[in-house]
Design a protein around this ligand. Structure first.
Ligand code: ATP
Length: 461
């Protein structure tokens, strides 16, 4: 089972401290969200798993953390200033502001307002998605020399550091650079909880290869990400590929495959249940070329007169100089978190006929690995033993102590947030130095000696 719709996750996330509406005490700020105590742990677990898999478990990737605000020239030569826009239309009937490329067409081929169904829409105009800001204390708001942008993707920070990383790490092709960080887009129609927001986080790899090896490397990354997504707990039946058609490809891309997740299982039309979780593009040699000082256009004019560097690569084995192709797997932290939560969502009925929510997260993803619960909170020896156990476990796994309810309620609370194990301390524990370990998914209980507890839990986590 997985969540029947996103709303189920919105309510669980708010109720249990995964995700809250941002700026809530001032009425919120359209489609902005804050990650609470459990949400930040889950997001960190996703990022850690990605970094381990993408950087540490391979021999050909280096990490990077580049700035959010870059020289404006980066966005000029990348093409973002002129082309990073969505087609904006207004509905004349209900005044909604819409993204034309996301609207359905009626039988006559006319776009239909997604709010009221009218076809009375304005002509589209390009709306640039980059957030503008000004840099420098004395700058006036409209001073073009101080204009800067919040990055709409982490990728450009990697391209402009290609030579730095190449020179300092003494790498040879193929190799990649990985980065996790915030990105900002002034989306026309944000929504569906954390699926589309104006501030979000990306995990991107730019993998540099010889042009003739690009197609194979591209396919390897697509297959690799299928596996990584499964490893964080997303089931294959909720994932599928979408091969972008030629007319949909970004101007720099030779081939792009999106991995889609079933974010909208409640929709009757199966084709509409899916939306993009991540994209994997073959960006050709476009990026390193446009940021280089050397390449010239047909009239012999430098295409980039502002760059001070040439980002080509010299292959000492073949004595060739060329601009590497780039394969870019780009994953959203927030969309992955939503997919992981939706996929883990399960309901189960207990012997009293009550329906309980269980978040069957992979132990690696679970915000809390073990909850230590005293069965009698008015008995100081039991409380003291429980607190000591929590402290002993904490260095090796995220553990919490909770005595704020009856045991049934405490178990239910931990099931709902995906804690794989609960450990209870009872009167007998004081005699036999053993505790009861309860499994989240099977609700079975086992008596384990305190001395063996850490190893018992670690082996199952
Ligand atoms: P979409 O078509 O949904 O707008 P995109 O194709 O523009 O997405 P990319 O530029 O390929 O997205 O960005 C890579 C990844 O970053 C996406 O697959 C997604 O996981 C994430 N992402 C992009 N925009 C947003 C956003 N506004 N909110 C949350 N995540 C986002």
């Amino acid at each position: 089972m997985s969540a029947p719709n996103i709303e189920t996750i919105v309510s669980l996330a708010k109720r249990r401290g995964f995700v809250y509406p941002a700026s809530e005490i001032y009425g919120g700020l359209g489609s902005s969200w804050d990650y609470g105590p459990l949400g930040v742990e889950l997001a960190n677990n996703i990022k850690r798993s990605w970094w381990n898999w993408a950087v540490y478990e391979r021999d050909d990737i280096e990490g990077l953390d580049s700035s959010i605000i870059l020289n404006r020239s980066v966005w000029k030569y990348s093409g973002h200033e002129t082309t990073f826009s969505d087609p904006l239309v207004d509905c004349r009937e209900c005044k909604s502001r819409l993204r034309q490329d996301k609207l359905d067409k009626n039988d006559e081929g006319k776009f239909v307002c997604s709010s009221c169904g009218s076809t009375n829409l304005t002509d589209p105009k390009d709306f640039n998605l980059m957030f503008r800001t000004t840099v420098g204390a004395a700058s006036a708001d409209d001073d073009p020399t101080s204009l800067a942008y919040l990055r709409p993707e982490t990728a450009q920070g990697i391209f402009i550091n290609f030579k730095n990383v190449l020179d300092t790490s003494r790498r040879k092709l193929p190799f990649g650079i990985a980065q996790i960080g915030k990105a900002f887009r002034n989306e026309v129609t944000p929504g569906n909880f954390i699926f589309r927001t104006r501030e979000f986080e990306q995990m991107e790899i730019e993998y540099f290869v010889r042009p003739e090896e690009a197609a194979t490397a591209h396919q390897e990354w697509i297959d690799g990400f299928d596996e990584w997504l499964r490893s964080v707990g997303i089931s294959p039946e909720n994932l599928k590929h979408y091969e972008q058609e030629k007319h949909e490809l970004a101007h720099y891309s030779e081939r792009t495959v999106d991995i889609l997740y079933r974010f909208f299982p409640e929709r009757e039309d199966e084709a509409k249940q899916w939306d993009e979780l991540m994209g994997i593009a073959n960006r050709t040699d476009y990026d390193l070329r446009v940021h280089s000082k050397k390449p010239e256009d047909a009239e012999g004019k430098r295409i980039n007169p502002d760059s001070t560097e040439d980002l080509s690569y010299f292959d000492t084995a073949t004595n060739e100089r060329f601009y590497p192709y780039i394969i870019e797997p780009s994953t959203g932290v927030n969309r992955t978190l939503l997919a992981v939560m939706m996929d883990a969502y399960t309901e189960r009925t207990n012997e009293k006929g009550e329906t309980r929510v269980i978040l069957q997260l992979k132990p690696e993803m679970a915000p809390i690995k073990v909850a230590v619960l005293p069965l009698a909170k008015n008995k100081p020896e039991i409380v003291e033993m429980a607190k000591r156990l929590k402290k002993d476990l904490q260095p090796s796994m995220r553990a919490v102590y909770d005595d704020t309810g009856g045991i049934g309620k405490l178990y239910a609370r931990q099931d709902e947030i995906g804690t794989p194990f609960c450990v209870t301390i009872d009167h007998e524990s004081l005699e036999d130095n053993a505790v009861t370990v309860r499994d989240r998914d099977t609700w079975t209980q086992e008596r384990i000696s305190v001395d063996a507890l850490k190893e018992f839990l670690s082996s199952r986590l």
